[in-house]
Structure formats: C-alpha cells, structure tokens
Design a protein around this ligand. Structure first.
Ligand code: PBG
Ligand code: ZN
Length: 326
C-alpha cells in the first residue's frame, strides 16, 4: 500500500517509537580497547595524532584495566613498544618482552578481562616491516616461524587470544599448529584476515613507533581496490583455523564486512583504526562535527554492516555513553 496510506514517519515520531523498531544495538560487549605499552614506570605519554590515547607503562596499565573492567569492557588488545629493535624483531618473541610483561600484569590485576595480543614483527624490527627482510624484500616463509614463536610466547605470558596482523600467507596455520603442539589448543586466533594497505594507519605508526623505514606494506597488505580477493583471504584463514576474522580498516570497508557476514557464520571483527579515530577527533576539536554523535553513528554503522566485535580507540567513551543510556 503506497502513500498516503503508508507513512514510514509514523514509527519515527518519538524516541520511544524509534527505540522499539531499532534494528541494531551497540553493546559494551562488542568493544575491544587497544593499549600501547612501554617499558618504564609512571609513563602516560599521549599520542599527538590520537588525543586521549597514551603509551602506558605497566603500572599505569594496571590502573587503566581496572577502569575498563568497571565500565564493562570485555577485552583489550595489546601492542608493545620494545626497548630495542633489531633485524629479526627479537623482543617480539622474548618471554621478557614488553607485551609478555604487560599480559602477565593484566592477568594478575584484572583476571576476568580478556587479553588479546597483536602478533606481528613491525613494532620490534629495526626496518619496521611485518616480516623478515632480505635484500629489500619481506620474506614470507621464514617469518612464519617467528610469528608462531611470538604467539606461543604471548600465550605463555597469559594472552587469552592471539591476533596475527602481519598478512603473511599461511600464518594462521603456522600459529594454530605451534599453539596446539604446546598444549594451547583452547586459545582462539583472531585473524586480521582482510587487512588493507591503508593510509589510515598513520597515527598508529606514531603510537607504536612502527613506520616502515623503507618502502611500504603493499607487497603483503591488500589493495584497497579489491573485494573478491578479501573473500579468498577469509576462506583461507577459516580453513587454516581462524576463530574470528577481522576486516581492517572499518568504515571504508563496510562492504567487505557485509559480504563476509552474508557468506560465513564465523564471528567477524572490524578494526576502527587510528586514522578513523583521528579524523573524528580532529573535526570534533575544530567544532566541525559533534564528536560523540559521530562516534556512536560510526560504531553503530560498523555493527549494522555485520561486525560482531569492534576494536576501537573509542571503546571507553562509547562504553560510558552506553552506561549513561545515551
Ligand atoms: C601492525 C598493526 C598495524 C595496525 C594494527 N596492527 C599497523 C600497520 O599494519 O601498519 C594499525 C592499527 C591502527 O591504525 O589503529 N601490523
Ligand atoms: Zn606489522
């Protein structure tokens, strides 16, 4: 029945009407908060390009995770800034590495909070690439062994979930195999499965001090123009044993999230990355947009597209708004 009998505005009349027919509800259960950890004590170093996000020493992380638990956030993802970088990213798989220490400390002080660790080499290598470099090339197969070692070392330190972000072929299988051989068959893998070579990682590279020292990451991260290739990445990671697959960045790639959700029943995560955060923060600071409103709209849109989980620097702010019932 067309207009004038049908009027879609009827169910938009008041907030109560709207609340009753709302199709997507963001929940604190969906949110994962990224944390950057550094060696030292009493360090709370704010990232220039990411207002409200800090490099934290472990004593500060302990304070932070209690706050996160208090507002109901279920999980954090840890990134480490090592004391020393070298060609092979040794601190990534050292049992005394910064992420390993932070994971232990979090599990001691907030045992119910899940610790996810980012498994990659770029934060730890002197050249800043996500894999082993030889003659200017990022080598795939020699990297797998190091990533597997890193994942095992994270789990030994208390990590509940490991999240490989390197984009080497075959890493999910290599990590699954290594974890199983060590008796960690219960530890899930959250795979950065469709990770694009994006300009939106700029602020993260300031935060993690992990910009590539030569070239770019286009020989291993995906071309932003491709979506069928993303389906192949997802299919392979599921076959290799991924428990959750991730799309990254989120907002420019909502079509990818949607396509995955249509085709597979596996949980889907989306990474609302540093550049997406910085753009909203900057425009908000200029007074050009309403930051909180755009934040909630963005997170709701990511969920509407099909994401079950959202990794976001907005997690704390969004959780507080949800608690206040706004
Ligand atoms: C490491 C990694 C990156 C991000 C997460 N893990 C950077 C990169 O691949 O260059 C980006 C996260 C963000 O921008 O918020 N491989
Ligand atoms: Zn990396």
């Amino acid at each position: 029945m067309p207009f004038p009998k049908t009027r879609l505005r009827r169910m938009r009349a008041t907030e109560t009407h709207r609340r009753m027919v709302r199709e997507t509800t963001l929940s604190v259960d969906d949110l994962i908060y990224p944390i950057f950890t550094v060696h030292g004590r009493n360090i709370r170093h704010e990232i220039n390009s990411m207002p409200g996000v800090f490099q934290l020493s472990i004593d500060q992380i302990i304070i932070e995770v209690k706050e996160l638990q208090g507002i109901g956030i279920p999980a954090v993802i840890l990134f480490g800034i090592p004391a020393h970088k070298d060609e092979k990213g040794t601190e990534a798989y050292s049992d005394h590495g910064i992420v390993q220490q932070a994971a232990r400390a979090i599990k001691d002080s907030a045992p119910g909070l899940l610790v996810i660790t980012d498994v990659c080499l770029c934060e730890y290598t002197s050249h800043g690439h996500c894999g082993v470099v030889k003659d200017g090339h990022v080598l795939n197969d020699p990297t797998l062994e190091l990533l597997a070692k890193e994942a095992v070392s994270h789990v030994k330190a208390g990590a509940d979930i490991v999240a490989p972000s390197d984009m080497m072929d075959g890493r999910v299988f290599a990590i699954r195999d290594a974890l199983d051989r060590e008796g960690f068959e219960q530890i899930p893998i959250l795979s950065y499965a469709a990770k694009y070579a994006s300009g939106l990682y700029g602020p993260f590279r300031d935060a993690a001090e992990a910009a590539p020292q030569f070239g770019d990451r286009k020989s291993y991260q995906m071309d932003p123009a491709n979506s069928r290739e993303a389906m192949r990445e997802i299919a392979l990671d599921i076959e290799e044993g991924a428990d959750i697959v991730m799309v990254k960045p989120a907002i420019p790639y909502l079509d990818i999230i949607y396509r995955i959700k249509e085709r597979w029943d596996i949980p889907v995560a989306a990474y609302n990355v540093s550049g997406e955060y910085a753009m909203v923060k900057a425009a908000g600071r200029f007074g050009w947009i309403d930051e909180r409103r755009v934040m909630m709209e963005t997170l709701t849109a990511i969920k509407r597209a099909g994401a079950d989980l959202i990794l976001t620097y907005f997690a704390k702010d969004a959780a507080k708004m949800l608690l206040e019932g706004r």
